[in-house]
Design a protein around this ligand. Structure first.
Ligand SMILES: *[C@@H]1O[C@H](CO)[C@@H](O)[C@H](O)[C@H]1NC(C)=O
Ligand SMILES: *[C@@H]1O[C@H](CO)[C@@H](O)[C@H](O)[C@H]1NC(C)=O
Length: 222
């Protein structure tokens, strides 16, 4: 009895779709939760470790909106820092550093996110994202009662999108880190220049305030 049950469970587990996070990709997204569009670029290959998320309007983003609203914003994470860049103002500041590892900034999201190392990755079936069928996984993040989600195209195996629980200032103002990738926009070749640090950002101040660090290792994240 027990051994046949175990075998059944084993067979069940082996047929579960497995998530694959490409080490390098760029995709155009729409975000209902942040009420904006932009692109999401990520390169987590060894020796790079960078990401750039652009927001046509950063007003719906937890970090961008704290500093400027109703203007484009970019979150550039590279070389140990996460910068907030506002190309039209122009303005740039360092939101936090992850070089020293003692500040809760987090580097770019990478394959480790999907590795199920902590056993908290749950397959949740299929969901239609912008018109195509996608597998859905739930991953527990820093808010224990709220899941983060990763979606992957059933047919192509490419990412369909991400949805990380977040809010603007209070939980009454939902503003998930939701990026739904447009069909056909995922490209696995990302030029290195995508992650170039703008001149304005190179000697930029720390952003400070309530959502970013005021200096290296100043832990103010809430
Ligand atoms: C992740 O690991 C847990 C615990 O081992 C397991 O129950 C779960 O099915 C795994 N998730 C996936 C998607 O394989
Ligand atoms: C993917 O990006 C590369 C580099 O920017 C570009 O040369 C190529 O044409 C793109 N491929 C597609 C299918 O858009």
């Amino acid at each position: 009895m027990i051994s046949s049950l175990a075998l059944l469970l084993l067979q069940g587990a082996s047929t579960l779709p497995q998530p694959h996070w490409p080490s390098t990709f760029v995709a155009d997204y729409v975000s209902d939760d942040k009420h904006t569009t932009g692109y999401y670029a990520s390169d987590t290959s060894p020796g790079v470790g960078a990401s750039r998320i652009t927001f046509e309007d950063g007003s719906g983003d937890h970090l961008c909106s704290y500093y400027h609203t109703k203007t484009p914003c970019e979150q550039l994470t590279t070389g140990g820092f996460r910068y907030l860049y506002f190309p039209n103002l122009p303005d740039c500041c360092k939101c936090c550093t992850y070089a020293t590892g003692s500040y809760l900034c987090g580097g770019p999201v990478g394959p480790r996110w999907m590795s199920n190392a902590t056993g908290n990755l749950i397959y949740e079936g299929k969901e239609v994202i912008l018109g195509r069928a996608c597998h859905k996984w739930g991953i527990q993040g820093i808010f224990p009662t709220h899941m983060n989600y990763y979606f992957q195209d059933v047919e192509t195996g490419l990412p369909c999108g991400l949805d990380g629980y977040n809010y603007l200032r209070t939980p009454d103002e939902p503003a998930d880190d939701q990026y739904l990738f447009k069909v056909g926009s995922v490209n696995l070749t990302v030029p290195h220049s995508t992650f170039d640090v703008p001149q304005l950002c190179k000697a930029a101040r720390y952003c400070g305030g309530k959502v970013c660090a005021a200096g290296p290792d100043v832990r103010q994240f809430v």
